[in-house]
Design a protein around this ligand. Structure first.
Ligand code: RFL
Ligand code: PHB
Length: 399
């Protein structure tokens, strides 16, 4: 079949995916004088409205601030010293600042994405939304390319020095790594989260992670007027089986049982969805001229609040590595990127699995006793608490 002629654009770095990893990479590379073109399959409005992560580690806040993206965090972010861990009858505060000298920030991924889009538009950077048929080519040559169809049906090609896959779990970049070098590790969990967003002031000053025989519950927040709450539910749960009343009753039971004088304020639920939980890593993160960053390379269950922070951490390593290569021909950081990033990725994979395993209940009474023992240790031993705090508040990029 004769293929239609493609319009060809040339750039230094072709980025696939305009989520936080892709837009932040384009932003940091621009600061080093490197050109990018970003292609994104969704519309700009869809990407902006997606409700996802809520917590930034201090290293993420420092990086965003140093990159000129910190105004929103300073104005609307909420710095938290730690979290509460609880089980029926006991609630304990872990103060990360006292334990490890670092805090975390409540600042939603929606807001991070908004800040990145504003910066990208202000700088006039090329981001092409609504593309289909994204495909990667010639990654083992010095002229790799990405082809796609634009929203109005035109066939286009971007030729670049390197291609970076920031296209999350369902994009084409992960599988563009040759099968001969690719290795994957995966764990699925026998439960999901039912997440709700509610127009009600949070009933807590800092996040509450609650173990309960009925299942895990989490009280998070987005602002002084908006709460974000989660309930452990079985896989395959139909969101329609959970009326608003059932959700509030379950949250009150799981988060309030035996906690004297505490009650959960209910309010209008504005969003409700079920999120499956998965751990996944693909290695290496670089082969020839293809690099992976963010969810394209790894997935964590959300219990440790690491997904967005890991994406930021990858990009924090990758941007200077690509800049050194493309500006001065120095490939040493690019060569080291995969191994350096994977050290921190596996630490966060372990932490996310550990938090998930400690807090989600199964039908096994032996497991329940182990979990309660672990929770008592983490909340009563300085060593246990500091280990959790160090991981939750986040290790330095490049760890
Ligand atoms: P993203 O944000 O998924 O962005 C990838 C982008 O690539 C686009 N894309 C393509 N573009 C062009 N061509 C193609 N063929 C493409 N295929 C895909 C996608 O449309 C998308 O815009 O990945 P990134 O940038 O690596 O950022 C990672 C974070 O988004 C992610 O780790 C977290 O949001 C994970 N996550 C959560 N993490 C937490 O720490 N706490 C949470 O509460 C939390 N909630 C969530 C989440 C992830 C979710 N997903 C992925 C289903 C809730 C949800 C629903
Ligand atoms: C959130 O606010 O969405 C959130 C916070 C902490 C987590 C997971 C999700 O561990």
């Amino acid at each position: 079949m004769i293929q239609p002629a493609r319009a060809t654009a040339r750039t230094q770095v072709a980025v696939i995916g305009a989520g936080p990893a892709g837009l932040l990479l384009a932003h940091l590379l621009a600061q080093d004088g490197i050109d990018t073109i970003v292609v994104e399959t969704r519309t700009q409005e869809y990407v902006a409205a997606r409700i996802r992560a809520g917590i930034l580690e201090s290293a993420s806040v420092e990086l965003l601030t140093a990159a000129g993206l910190g105004d929103g965090i300073a104005a609307h972010g909420d710095e938290h010293r730690g979290i509460y861990l609880q089980w029926p009858g006991e609630r304990h505060h872990l103060d990360f600042v006292d334990l490890v000298g670092r805090s975390v920030w409540v600042y939603g991924q929606t807001q991070v994405q908004h800040d990145l889009v504003v910066a990208s538009e202000a700088a006039g950077r090329a981001v092409i939304y609504g593309v289909t048929d994204t495909a990667l080519h010639d990654l083992d040559t010095d002229r790799p390319s990405v082809t796609f169809t634009t929203a109005d049906g035109a066939s286009e090609r971007i030729e670049a020095d390197v291609v970076v896959g920031c296209d999350g779990s369902f994009g084409p970049s992960r599988s563009a790594m040759p099968a001969s070098v690719r290795r994957t590790w995966e764990r699925t969990y026998p439960y999901s989260w039912l997440g709700v967003l509610a127009d009600v002031a949070p009933s807590t000053d800092e996040l509450i992670y609650g173990w309960h025989p009925d299942g895990f519950a989490l009280h998070s927040m987005r602002s002084a007027d908006v709460s974000r709450l989660y309930l452990q539910v079985p896989n395959g749960t139909d969101v329609d089986a959970w009326s608003d009343d059932r959700i509030w009753d379950s949250l009150q039971t799981r988060l309030g049982e035996g906690i004297d004088g505490w009650s959960l304020a209910a309010g209008p639920i504005t969003e409700k969805s079920v999120l499956p939980m998965r751990s996944f890593v693909q290695s290496p993160l670089r082969h020839d001229r293809l690099f992976l960053a963010g969810d394209a390379a790894h997935i964590v269950p959300p219990t440790g609040a690491k997904g967005l922070n890991l994406a930021i951490g990858d990009v924090a390593l990758l941007a200077p590595a690509l800049a050194a290569w493309l500006r001065s021909g120095d490939r040493s950081l690019a060569d080291a990127y995969s191994d350096t990033a994977l050290r921190r990725i596996w630490r966060c994979e372990h932490f996310s699995w550990w938090m998930t395993s400690m807090l989600h209940t199964s039908a096994d009474p032996f497991d329940a006793q182990l979990q309660l023992s672990q929770l008592r240790w983490v909340t009563s031993s300085n060593a246990g608490a500091a280990g959790l705090a160090e991981n939750y508040a986040g290790l330095p990029f490049g760890f």
